[in-house]
Design a protein around this ligand. Structure first.
Ligand SMILES: [Zn+2]
Ligand SMILES: [Zn+2]
Length: 323
């Protein structure tokens, strides 16, 4: 392993993957809570003048600087090509890939869920533009988009941003989900996620003609939800205009309603999608970070969820009405 290159290692005990990243000790100090970011405005690396001054590599900019994509200074994946696959007892893939950050707004204090529809559509269209570019590169099989918000969500910078990571393989939960979708199709000849929209009635948070939001039956986390297009769509680029609008507005509604229900909390959302697998039904998962992982979760990968998903859904529907 090169001293500065990362590596995707398979844990021989479980088959789980870990990205081993050297040299991350220089990462910015984690914030206590996102609002503390206000104190750090002067040092914020996502202000336009800082981006210019530090000569950060700009991948895309929506003029006049309404949002911008830069290369992540602290990448998880930075290995060199050609890809290397280590087989045998210690198996690994070289940590090749791209890490980018979409700075959603020039306003240090504006929150994702408070952006207007125009900005939200710019957000999703910018992601699509970046995905198109990243998927066109050699060795890239999966582009992952996610947001970390707040210290417990793993955010190290308060200024609203989304992360994009382009991977050399489809790994982990996405791989498991794909297998589930395939098995379900084989048995039922229908799409698992489309059937979920029909069967989850008790746990539907809301729906429009084109999208549905659900608190899934077996949710791992309190207040976990997902929002998905009703039509079978593999990845962002295939969404039509109505689906894009309903997805971004729905995502904001979920975050806003969660804040109303649980108070200001850290959260993550992750866009699950696949360009290469036709069976894959894209969806966005949202996890409010209301508790820490403890022994049962870490030791057994069995999650303890103290909020019954159908009760969360019921309360969500009542709360949403008054948002
Ligand atoms: Zn800022
Ligand atoms: Zn489907």
């Amino acid at each position: 392993m090169d001293e500065l290159e990362s590596e995707i290692r398979t844990d021989y005990r479980t088959g789980y993957y870990s990205v081993i990243v050297p040299g991350r000790e220089h990462r910015p100090v984690e914030l206590e809570m996102e609002d503390e970011g206000a104190k750090n405005l002067k040092d914020c690396p996502f202000e336009r003048d800082t981006v210019d001054r530090k000569n950060l590599e700009i991948m895309h900019v929506n003029e006049p600087w309404t949002s911008m994509v830069i290369r992540n200074k602290f990448p998880e994946l930075n290995g060199s090509t050609p890809l290397e696959y280590g087989k045998g007892f210690f198996s690994y893939i070289s940590g090749y890939g791209y890490n980018e950050v979409l700075i959603e707004t020039p306003d240090h204090f504006e929150k994702f869920e408070d952006m207007d529809i125009k900005k939200s559509l710019e957000w999703i269209n910018t992601l699509i533009e970046r995905e198109e570019d990243l998927y066109s590169r050699n060795y890239i099989k999966h582009v992952m988009v996610f947001k970390n918000y707040g210290a417990s969500g793993g955010a190290s910078i308060g200024h609203s941003h989304t992360q994009i990571i382009a991977w050399p393989e489809t790994l982990g939960i996405q791989e498991l989900e794909l297998q589930k979708m395939r098995d379900y199709r084989k048995e039922n000849n229908t799409c698992l996620y489309e059937d979920a929209v029909k069967k989850e009635s008790e746990r539907i948070l809301f729906e429009t003609d084109s999208v549905a939001a659900i608190a899934p039956y077996g949710s791992r986390f309190a207040g976990e939800s997902m929002i998905l297009p009703k039509r079978h769509v593999n990845y962002l680029m295939e969404l039509n205009e109505q689906e894009k609008e309903d997805l971004v507005e729905g995502l904001k509604t979920i975050i806003r309603t969660n804040v109303k229900m649980f108070g200001r909390q850290s959260y993550n959302f992750v866009i699950h999608e696949s360009k290469t697998e036709e069976e894959y039904h894209m969806h966005i998962e949202i996890y409010p970070r209301l508790s820490n992982l403890a022994g049962i979760e870490l030791g057994q990968s069995v999650f303890v969820n103290t909020t019954v998903p159908e009760e969360y859904a019921k309360k969500f529907r009542e709360t949403k009405l008054s948002v």
